[in-house]
Ligand binder design. Structure first.
Ligand SMILES: [Zn+2]
Length: 131
């Protein structure tokens, strides 16, 4: 990542909107190809039991990848909503502003680092608004 350019505050919204839209597009394309692969890996098409097992496993793997991408896509869409509402960059749980480095690295994150850590530790439930 050679690009350490810091956007001008007035361009900040546009900058993150572009990054989020790009991410949204990437995820939508990845999701579409995952779905296509999952459909192609149909175990019924193979007669061999071992092939069926492999195809079944691949299908499961593809569906779980699809689920992960779907969840990411939802986060990206919610971040775009927050951008439109003017609450982008604030933690949805504690309303504190999310650190500049964190939001730069993960523009779609709904949480500040403290809330993220608490959620990952299982100390608190994720906010209902992003569940
Ligand atoms: Zn927080």
């Amino acid at each position: 990542m050679a690009n350490s350019h810091t956007p001008h505050p007035q361009n900040r919204r546009l900058y993150f909107e572009q990054r989020l839209r790009q991410r949204q597009q990437e995820l939508e394309q990845a999701l579409a190809s995952t779905v296509a692969q999952a459909l192609a890996a149909n175990p019924d098409d193979t007669r061999d039991v071992a092939d069926q097992a492999v195809a079944g496993y691949q299908k499961e793997l593809l569906f779980s990848q699809g689920a992960v991408r779907n969840a990411q896509l939802r986060l990206v869409r919610q971040a775009l909503d927050r951008l439109a509402e003017g609450t982008f960059g604030e933690c949805v749980r504690c309303d504190q502003s999310i650190g500049a480095k964190r939001i730069e690295a993960l523009p779609w994150t709904p949480y500040c680092i403290h809330c993220q850590e608490q959620i990952e530790n299982g100390d608190v439930e994720p906010s209902a608004s992003v569940a």
